[in-house]
Design a protein around this ligand. Structure first.
Ligand SMILES: [Ca+2]
Ligand SMILES: [Ca+2]
Length: 81
């Protein structure tokens, strides 16, 4: 189980998608979901309104699909290095 998860993560990292930011980059508690507090670390200027726009199913957490959709839609940008 754990081995599979790591393999998936490595595959995701090496696949070099159009948008490099993934949930694992901003997820600090390791639940594979991004809370507003976690997102605010990467995006200090993020408003709760903007977060709600990213959280399309309104469960107060952003998953990988919501994050990539938000990046593609330009709702959020890659954080500056
Ligand atoms: Ca999290
Ligand atoms: Ca969500």
């Amino acid at each position: 189980m754990r081995r599979t998860a790591v393999g998936t993560m490595i595959a995701a990292l090496t696949a070099a998608p159009a948008f490099a930011l993934t949930v694992s980059d901003v997820d600090t508690d390791g639940d594979s979901l991004v809370s507003f507090a976690e997102m605010a670390i990467a995006y200090p200027d993020l408003t709760e309104e903007a977060f709600a726009g990213v959280d399309t199913n309104a469960d107060s957490l952003v998953d990988e699909a919501e994050l990539s959709a938000a990046l593609e839609a330009g709702l959020i940008e890659e954080p500056a290095e």
